[in-house]
Design a protein around this ligand. Structure first.
Ligand SMILES: [Zn+2]
Length: 244
């Protein structure tokens, strides 16, 4: 178990660097870049810890190195939460995608198709293979149900909200519903309800502290990604607590 944890955390540390590179490429409208993030000021590579660039030693924002650390911790936690090591690769791809889409949505209020599309195919493919290897056929059925259910609910909400909810959020909900659904349908509920609870709390906080006005649109995607990850890592504990 601790071997899987350590290896996953290490992969997360490396994946974090790729996530920073791709998020920055997306923010600056550059071609995809899955490795070697560049300095925003002078376009030279960053040092290993991503605290400054190798060229003129420009200091980089905390988001860069923090992303790597958070991804490492997340990957480690996910390795402890998966029901079988056979589906761990799928869950790591899913989790990395969630971190990346959180960054792109916060940066540009977009869930880019060019990231979500390939990630959905890769993560789903790995989940299907891992599910069959570990004999989790019922998990795969739950994953399909969870994906379709979360997608359906978000699709209806997007129709009702008329532009208040981006279609990127709707498309992303399938992936989150599938990966929480593989664990249990309760996990899908935790992810969905959690997104709205987190969104409400943060929106209220921003209003109270006057950091946003009622008219500002707050992207909903980050609440969906974060709640989805929370559901996967501690969903069991939340469900047990709620049903107690
Ligand atoms: Zn620089």
């Amino acid at each position: 178990m601790w071997i899987a944890f350590s290896i996953s955390a290490l992969i997360g540390l490396v994946a974090g660097r790729g996530i920073v590179a791709e998020a920055s490429a997306h923010r600056r409208n550059l071609p995809d870049r899955w490795w070697d993030p560049l300095c925003e000021a002078c376009d030279t590579s960053l040092n290993v810890a991503m605290t400054s660039c190798r060229g003129e030693q420009h200091r980089q924002g905390t988001v860069s190195w923090l992303t790597s650390l958070v991804t490492a911790a997340l990957f480690g936690a996910v390795s402890l939460a998966v029901p079988s090591l056979a589906v761990l690769p799928a869950y790591l791809v899913f989790s990395g995608t969630m971190v990346l889409l959180t960054l792109t949505d916060l940066d540009t209020k977009l869930i880019p198709n060019r990231i979500l599309g390939p990630a959905t195919i890769l993560a789903s493919g790995l989940l299907i293979v891992g599910g069959f290897i570990s004999g989790g056929g019922s998990g795969l059925i739950r994953a399909s149900v969870g994906g379709v259910a979360y997608f359906g609910v978000m699709f209806l909400l997007a129709l009702i909200a008329r532009g208040g909810l981006g279609f990127g959020d709707v498309k992303m909900s399938f992936l989150i519903g599938a990966f929480t659904g593989y664990l249990s349908l309760g996990h899908v509920v935790v992810a969905g309800v959690g997104a709205f609870l987190l969104g409400g709390v943060v929106a209220l906080g921003l209003l109270v502290t006057r950091r946003s006005s009622r008219k500002d649109a707050i992207p909903f995607g980050p609440f969906m990604t974060v709640a989805g990850l929370i559901a996967i890592v501690v969903g069991d504990a939340i469900i047990t607590w709620y049903l107690r």
